[in-house]
Design a protein around this ligand. Structure first.
Ligand code: HEM
Length: 201
């Protein structure tokens, strides 16, 4: 529970903030949303999050492009089954490549682009019912920490962008931010995100 819950959440926040810094127009739109909903209060609370559709779209798009556990966890088929013409015997170990599904150009337009808008008028969610987007897996062995992870990630992200503007150090321009991944069990950013925060208010 501990290792499943810490690095994953941390990596999601780091990828989300990195994408927002690389896409200043998305950052601006999110900052407008959180500022409007907060109505001048000092902190964004969980109740506020329900009124932040763009924040939710940003998290979905972040976890689509950066599927933190790309191969999920190993599963085992409980019966002989046929999937898309393939015979899978009972007891076979099955790995599901969620990363590849989430970037499949036959499912997603401009699959490699960060575009939270694709989720603004879409019913596609990441809670395990839409098989094109499975950052938390699906079914009985799907992530039990999903709801907690979503709440905490949204809350941290909303408060960070509400309170701060972020600049990159050493004159690095936003479009130059390196997004190279290190692939292991978890997909992390190779170079940790370093930013200089400025208070917005
Ligand atoms: C953004 C954050 C997170 C992501 C992207 C994530 C993703 C996943 C994925 C893809 C799986 C495998 C599901 C499958 O194979 O079908 C999983 C399993 C698991 N996750 Fe998470 N997770 C996150 C946060 C958390 C948190 C916060 C906790 C606990 C507090 C947690 C605890 C677990 C545990 C215990 C399992 C194993 C479940 C089992 O095998 O039955 N995760 N997670």
């Amino acid at each position: 529970m501990f290792s499943g819950g810490t690095d994953t959440t941390f990596a999601s926040i780091e990828w989300a903030l990195s994408e927002l810094i690389r896409h200043p127009e998305a950052m601006k739109r999110l900052q407008q949303e959180v500022t409007q909903v907060s109505k001048g209060r000092s902190m964004i609370t969980e109740d506020d999050i329900h009124n932040m559709p763009y924040l939710k779209a940003v998290l979905k798009e972040t976890l689509r492009l950066h599927t933190i556990l790309p191969l999920m966890l190993p599963h085992e088929s409980m019966d002989d089954v046929k999937v898309m013409g393939y015979d899978i015997k009972k007891g076979t170990q099955v790995m599901i490549n969620g990363w590849a599904i989430a970037r499949d150009p036959s499912i997603w337009n401009d699959a490699e682009m960060f575009n939270p808008d694709r989720f603004m008028n879409s019913c596609v969610d990441f809670k395990g019912f839409h098989y094109e987007l499975l950052p938390f897996g699906s079914g009985r062995r799907g992530c039990p920490g999903m709801q907690f992870a979503i709440s905490i990630t949204e809350l941290v992200l909303a408060n960070l962008v509400y309170k701060y503007e972020f600049a990159l150090p050493n004159g690095i321009r936003s479009e130059e931010l390196d997004m190279t991944e290190v692939v292991g069990l978890l997909v992390r950013k190779r170079d940790p995100l370093l930013v200089v925060p400025f208070a917005r208010f």
